[in-house]
Design a protein around this ligand. Structure first.
Ligand SMILES: [Zn+2]
Length: 1022
């Protein structure tokens, strides 16, 4: 009977429409209990029906959802619409309780869900509750792991899993992570999945030699110890798919595939079922030979498959029937990654351990996917910046929520819009820069819309503006006005001090604080290359620099800037650095001696470092991709043509500008690159700030250019060793031409040594006395290609596509010429009383927590301050230096009633690893009542998993535990044993741990109730 229904389901759909569908039987269970049974002793083949749905790549996220923009694609799989995929799958599942499907990207599922009527929603809910429709990963997107910052990964994963949980309950809670397409895999991502309570993690891409070795020694599945400081909490079972995420060759049965279907009627002339069954069995046996158990997982799906799900299911039905009949040793079932995982777990085997990561990914001897770490550098910066603003937006929404602000929804919607834009942009064809140009533009529009919407709903209501182009010295108020107010907001939960830079039109200024006290300020000329940028609109000629001291935590300081001469204001004096000149500056902490060729850092006359900084470019390899050796450098692949990089020649002489607060050296290279080095007076946070500008990169010579920054430090012989961060968090040890678990050859001597530098890269001497860490402002590729050197890939402009699908040359333009990119990095050297280990942890956090600046024309007045403080009250909080308030947001989505019982989601993070500092690496207790005193009295606290969708204790009790092989078992830190004082809501954080709490407040609030200030109607958000 069931067969009959399946055969005619397509017809039924047309005749009956949605009304005619039966509700699926409720099995009454989801999760592992709902798995189709396996047969012990046989080879159990787990067919995993899935569709890989990119939230933007060759088409925009909206186009992929709706299925529009169908014409002129080389690949048929660009035609489907994800809306039809989910429709089709739900209907197929409804007819056959044994069938399964996994849904991954919640950005798509959510759009679909909002469009469904109650009947379809109920049908879907039943399928989720009986385990047929299973969510895996469940993040808003399938995020990239190289260029995405951990804060954005946590947010985008939480956004997805919490939406699912809100509408579909516990059965919609994903149990495994599914990262089948990202281009390499990070240790911090694995850690995040473990802390989210996942039982396992599956992916598809790894270095081809690593894969060969693992296939040979049956180590495709392992226990990834993803964070040593946090021990078992961070362990996660990790499996690598045999075939990436494709079905075995010739078994693609989507409506858009060309493979032979199963023909099982012997009267058909093309009857092929027995032969096809044998072919399938052969591929199953081949695969089984490379894994440890008799369970074989086979991904049945590809990009945007299942629009006509019956095409897949009909053939799989026949396959299952035939194979199970043909071969008594094989049992084929519909399954899911979690059902497969459970079957592995039940075998009670021992598994190998993994401790490093899966970067960089190489798919052939000349295809190292290290280019994408830097592709579309400006996009990456915009995505990082929007993520920073999102954190402040969530804090502000929490404050407004807690203050009983009436009509909160516009602000809430604005915050949600940024959250969803940022989440989509973490996708593995978004922040990676591997999408088509018009899709990149769509991402940029979404981010701007999100950020603008938030600004409109918040600070703009008080007449302040935000200047998103301040990094290229554009800010309409400050560059034209003679008198303006600056509001500096600190999104960190502890005070910070910053040198602030604001573009202004003239050279004489006075800066006063909120209390009217004049503070030192200095003007510095804006470098010529910045003023001459294509599309530059600024009227400013100078930057006004002053120190915003002690900006209160989660609060703001106000400053007044007025044109004129004050007793503490200074101009910069100009000195030209001729070839044999030597300039010497003392910033109170160390002395810098600069000549054209090199820079020296001295402490109390003792020479500590001699270094030079250069800008160079590698030629991007050209090729038609017809074989490995002809692989071109492109958006994914970094393939320099040879090992030598061409140095950009100095143009003119460097110019130094010296004043009371900062010394700057402006250097220009050829016509298209420049560099400003800054040394701030008494700045303990870093030694040097570098601001680089690259572009338009010339390609008239038909040579693609990969532009790098390289620093050579005489005193740091690093023996090929260096460190890079993992998603802005853990530090990974790297070694030139070396991988910890497999051998590499020397096919790409530069690219094979590039790694993702999400936030920092460092090197030191063996004994650690001399060391350097460079922190950047966006994700980049970097490495140590030669002794004593570190380099970062800043900007890429190429001539060819690298043939991994995007089919466009990476050659960004703006204002009809090559795109100009401007960015910053910071140098931290080890010197006396200055351990760069400690400083990079603090500075990394402060770069991410860069204060937001808002501007208003005219005089600073008490009313303005009061109004802004309604939005950003100075909260009475101050966390210890090693603790970060990672998240502060209203718990409910959407916000619940604002009258009482308000709940907040609070994440706390210990930012130091073990042994980085004797004091700061110690466990630290944090009192939530003290931290949240401004919000009122705490009624209850519940610790949750990192995703905020399950109580931590419940997750720990149910998580599958795995046994490591004897020979790889190390003494592992046991599960957490925190010294909490739960009755006082005080919790301990160990090094590198993150803890997530749902905090319920008592009805009353200690914040003053405010008037309505959110008025604009909100627009719908999908
Ligand atoms: Zn993909």
């Amino acid at each position: 009977m069931m067969r009959y229904q399946v055969l005619f389901s397509g017809v039924l759909a047309i005749i009956l429409g949605c009304q005619g569908y039966p509700q699926p039987e409720k099995a009454g269970s989801c999760g592992y209990e709902s798995c189709n049974p396996i047969k012990p002793g046989l080879i159990n083949v787990h067919l995993v029906p899935h569709s890989h749905d990119d939230v933007g790549w060759l088409k925009t996220v909206d186009q992929y959802f709706t299925g529009t923009n169908r014409a002129n694609w080389e690949w048929e799989n660009q035609k489907p619409g994800v809306q039809y995929v989910i429709d089709s799958v739900v209907k197929e599942l409804t007819f056959a309780p044994e069938k399964k499907y996994i849904q991954v990207e919640t950005a798509f599922f959510w759009r679909w869900w909002l469009e469904q009527d109650d009947q379809m929603k109920n049908m879907t809910r039943s399928l989720v509750e009986n385990g047929q429709l299973e969510f895996v990963s469940g993040g808003w997107s399938m995020n990239d792991e190289g260029a995405a910052h951990y804060t954005a990964i946590i947010d985008q994963m939480s956004l997805g899993v919490r939406h699912l949980h809100d509408v579909l309950g516990d059965c919609a809670r994903p149990r495994v992570a599914w990262q089948i397409d990202p281009f390499g895999h990070s240790k911090e991502q694995a850690n995040i999945f473990a802390l989210m309570g996942f039982d396992g993690y599956f992916f598809g891409r790894l270095d081809w030699r690593d894969k060969d070795k693992r296939l040979a020694d049956k180590s495709m599945e392992m226990i990834w110890q993803a964070q040593s400081s946090t021990g078992e909490d961070s362990d996660i079972f990790t499996g690598i798919n045999y075939n990436g995420y494709s079905p075995p060759a010739t078994f693609c049965w989507d409506i858009y595939c060309d493979d032979e279907p199963m023909m099982d009627n012997p009267r058909l002339k093309d009857y092929n079922a027995p032969r096809r069954a044998q072919e399938f069995i052969q591929s199953v046996r081949e695969q089984a030979d490379h894994y440890r158990t008799k369970n074989v997982k086979i991904e049945m799906g590809m990009d945007f498959h299942y629009q006509s799900a019956i095409s897949w299911y009909r053939n799989m039905d026949k396959l299952i029937k035939f194979v199970n009949n043909e071969d008594p040793e094989i049992n084929v079932i519909y399954s899911t990654p979690s059902c497969y995982l459970k079957a592995l777990h039940d075998e009670q085997l021992e598994w190998p351990i993994k401790k490093d990561d899966f970067f960089p990914y190489a798919s052939d001897p000349h295809a190292y996917w290290t280019g994408y770490f830097s592709s579309r550098s400006s996009s990456k910066f915009q995505m990082r910046q929007a993520n920073q603003i999102l954190q402040a937006a969530k804090q502000m929404t929490s404050v407004a929520y807690n203050k009983d602000v009436a009509n909160l929804s516009p602000l809430e919607d604005a915050t949600e819009l940024i959250a969803k834009s940022v989440a989509i942009c973490q996708h593995h064809d978004a922040i990676t820069g591997t999408e088509k140009q018009y899709v990149a533009n769509d991402y940029h529009d979404r981010l701007s819309e999100g950020v603008d919407g938030f600004m409109r709903q918040s600070i703009a209501q008080n007449g302040f503006t935000y200047c998103p182009l301040r990094n290229v010295t554009q800010c309409p108020i400050t560059e034209t006005s003679s008198k303006f107010v600056i509001n500096v907001y600190n999104p960190l939960a502890r005070a910070q001090s910053r040198f602030v830079r604001v573009p202004v039109k003239s050279e004489e200024w006075v800066v006063t604080t909120e209390t009217g006290e004049e503070i030192p300020c200095q003007t510095v000329p804006i470098p010529e290359p910045v003023l001459n940028m294509p599309g530059q609109k600024t009227k400013a000629l100078f930057e006004l620099v002053f120190k915003a001291d002690n900006i209160p935590p989660l609060g703001g300081s106000f400053f007044q800037a007025t044109e004129g001469v004050g007793k503490s204001s200074s101009r910069s004096s100009k000195r030209i650095l001729k070839e044999k000149d030597i300039l010497e500056f003392d910033n109170g902490l160390f002395t810098t001696v600069i000549s054209q060729g090199k820079t020296q850092l001295k402490v109390e006359e003792e020479l500590i470092y001699t270094f030079n900084e250069k800008y160079l470019w590698y030629t991007g390899h050209r090729g038609d991709n017809s074989n490995f050796d002809k692989r071109a450098s492109g958006a994914y692949i970094f393939r320099p043509d040879g090992e030598q990089a061409e140095e950009l020649a100095l143009t003119g002489e460097p110019i130094a500008y010296e004043g009371e607060l900062v010394i700057e050296i402006h250097t220009t290279y050829e016509t298209w690159a420049s560099h400003v080095r800054r040394i701030y007076q008494g700045e303990p946070r870093f030694d040097y700030e570098n601001e680089w500008l690259v572009g338009p990169v010339p390609i008239e010579d038909q040579v693609g250019k990969e532009v790098i920054y390289r620093i050579t430090v005489d005193e740091i012989e690093n023996a090929g060793e260096f460190v890079t961060d993992s998603n802005g968090r853990q530090m990974m040890a790297r070694k030139r031409n070396f991988r910890p678990t497999f051998d590499i050859n020397m096919t790409e001597p530069v690219s094979q040594n590039y790694y993702p530098v999400n936030s920092r890269i460092g090197m030191s001497t063996k004994e650690g006395k001399h060391g350097l860490v460079i922190l950047n402002d966006r994700s980049q590729a970097g490495g140590s290609i030669h002794e004593n050197e570190l380099e970062l890939l800043l900007h890429r402009r190429l001539m060819d596509d690298d043939d991994f699908g995007v089919n466009e040359t990476l050659s960004e333009e703006a204002f009809e010429v090559g795109l100009v990119v401007r960015g910053k990095n910071y140098l931290l050297f080890n010197h006396e009383d200055s351990n760069s280990n400690v400083r990079h942890r603090k500075l990394g956090l402060e770069i991410f927590g860069t204060p937001l600046m808002f501007f208003k024309d005219g005089d600073l007045n008490a009313a303005d301050v009061a109004k802004q403080r309604e939005l950003f009250p100075n909260l009475d909080v101050s966390l210890p230096q090693n603790i970060h308030l990672l998240t502060l947001e209203p718990f409910d989505l959407p916000l619940g009633p604002v009258s009482d019982g308000k709940t907040l989601l609070v994440r706390l993070e210990h930012i130091f690893d073990q042994e980085e500092d004797t004091e700061l690496s110690q466990p630290q207790a944090v009192s939530l009542p003290e931290l949240l005193a401004s919000f009122g009295v705490i009624e209850a606290v519940e610790e949750l998993t990192l995703g905020g969708n399950e109580p931590w204790a419940v997750a720990q009790a149910r998580r599958l535990r795995w046994t490591a092989e004897d020979n790889t078992q190390q003494e592992q830190v046991p599960q957490r044993d925190h010294k909490d004082d739960s009755s006082a809501f005080t919790y301990e954080l160990k090094p590198m741990s993150i803890r997530t709490f749902k905090v319920t407040l008592k009805g009353e609030t200690s914040l003053e109730t405010t008037t309505v200030f959110f008025q604009e109607p909100s627009r719908g958000i999908v």
